[in-house]
Design a protein around this ligand. Sequence first.
Ligand code: GLN
Length: 201
Amino acid sequence: MAKIGVLALQGDFAEHIAVLHRLATDCREVRLPGHLEGLDGLIIPGGESTTIARLLDVYDIREPLKRKVREGMSVWGTCAGMILLARKLVEDRPQPMELMDIEVQRNAYGRQVDSFEADIPIAALGVAPFHCIFIRAPKIKHLGPGVEVLGKLTEGGVVAIQQGKLLATAFHPELTEDTRFHEYFLSIVAGQSHDPYPGPD
Ligand code: GLN
């Protein structure tokens, strides 16, 4: 059975762990480089990306984490986690890990709508739309050619993406009862995720 870690430096890691327990997944909290040992997948939760980035460096886990990804570990970043996976941020801080070919702007929805919810169709999860909770969410400003779009807001903003074994969502599936996104991540870890754009060969 796949072993999944949840980066537990700051943010809502406990909510992700709770969903993984509901899915009877073998999972553990990750705080130190040694906790990455033997993991097949890692979730980077929502929270405060500047704090998580600082703690990545304090605990010397940034480089070991990037090495594990190069060796094939899957990663899913939610909200602050997506910010940390980016190649580039609009802002100077924090220093992202440059693992996904996206440019991201933090807190990009402005004060009025800094938190909102939307039901978004995500073909990779099946027919029923997914209830997406956005909390001071980041916006994807630029997508590289190898990045697949899994979900968009009706006005067109991309909010869920996949690049090979890497997944990122601007919203928080761990705050809903719907476990489909976690199951989708587990299928990526197992190498069984289907092409989100099934089309002619
Ligand atoms: N605004 C936060 C940041 O910049 C992200 C918010 C979240 O993870 N819900 O890190």
